[in-house]
Design a protein around this ligand. Structure first.
Ligand SMILES: [Zn+2]
Length: 299
């Protein structure tokens, strides 16, 4: 008789032929909905989690908390990267990290390696320096709240972001997919921002410096409008904002993919509770209705 542990371990890689424990209901797993409701809804659900830092703050979680998140997701969900097949038997989850702070290389990446988990890293290219001799503790000391690290020359002086040297190591690992987060981390809904430059220059720079294709764009601040989305869609196959909603596939009609905030979340089980997922699913349904009526802007 096959144990649950063996089954669960076999569920993690997206490409693995996955099976479920006989005790687990069909659909999105025990957490998302009852079987009756699920038979009338979509068969595949995608939850994209948004993270920033690996320190205990408003924009992050401590390493022990992140470890608990990752272990739970590895055990219970199908962890995927953009474009990978979604399963109907389990909740599909994509881990996304914004801004490429130094703690991604120093603290998050080792966790991903330890647990063999995949994640997406969104890099604002203007703040990446070639390499640094500064220690991790000093680099992490740059205020995690607000955008202090992006002010003036802080990124050169204190190296609070991953360097090109570190990004090359991360990108070549096979565990992390690199995404663009614009060049200067500008709000792309502002009329004075050159949206085309932010999208195309960051993509070209990442691809040239890292030698990997970059097919995903993550909107800085989650801010997006029709104009910026049109420009981004010309360069990227996938685009993400925030939105606190589930998705049903990688290419939603008109709107970017929605993400759910996972920073400052001490309990991942609660974030994935039946009630939470029901809320995210309701927003997904609202998005579909809005799209059907030609509404584009977020609610
Ligand atoms: Zn950002």
């Amino acid at each position: 008789m096959r144990s649950t542990r063996v089954n669960r371990k076999g569920l993690r890689p997206a490409s693995t032929n996955q099976t479920t424990s006989p005790r687990e209901p069909k659909g999105l797993g025990a957490k998302i909905s009852g079987s009756d409701r699920h038979t009338q809804g979509p068969s595949e659900m995608l939850l994209i989690l948004m993270y920033h830092r690996a320190v205990d703050c408003r924009l992050g979680n401590s390493v022990p908390v992140l470890r608990a998140h990752f272990a739970h997701l590895r055990e219970r969900c199908n962890v995927v990267l953009p474009g990978e097949p979604l399963l109907g038997q389990r909740l599909n989850v994509c881990l996304s990290f914004d801004d490429a702070y130094a703690d991604f290389h120093g603290l998050v990446f080792p966790l991903l390696e330890e647990l063999s988990l995949h994640a997406l890293l969104a890099v604002p290219t203007a703040f990446v320096i070639e390499k640094t001799g500064r220690g991790l503790e000093e680099r992490l000391s740059v205020s995690p709240d607000g955008d202090a690290a992006m002010q003036g020359g802080v990124f050169k002086e204190k190296a609070p972001f991953c360097t090109w040297e570190e990004l090359r190591e991360i990108a070549s690992s096979g565990l992390v997919r690199i995404a663009s987060h614009g060049h200067s981390h500008a709000d792309l809904t502002r009329a004075d921002v050159n949206v085309e430059f932010e999208a195309s220059h960051s993509k070209a720079l990442l691809e040239r410096r890292l030698g990997v294709p970059v097919s995903t764009f993550v909107y800085p601040f989650g801010r997006v409008n029709r104009r910026s989305h049109a420009a981004v869609k010309r360069e990227f196959a996938y685009a993400m904002r925030i939105g606190s909603a589930l998705n049903t596939d990688w290419r939603p009609v008109r709107q970017p993919l929605c993400r759910v905030v996972a920073d400052a979340v001490p309990d991942i089980v609660r974030l994935l509770s039946r009630a939470s997922l029901a809320r995210f699913e309701a927003k997904w349904a609202a998005n579909r209705i809005r799209a059907a009526f030609g509404k584009w802007e977020p609610w």
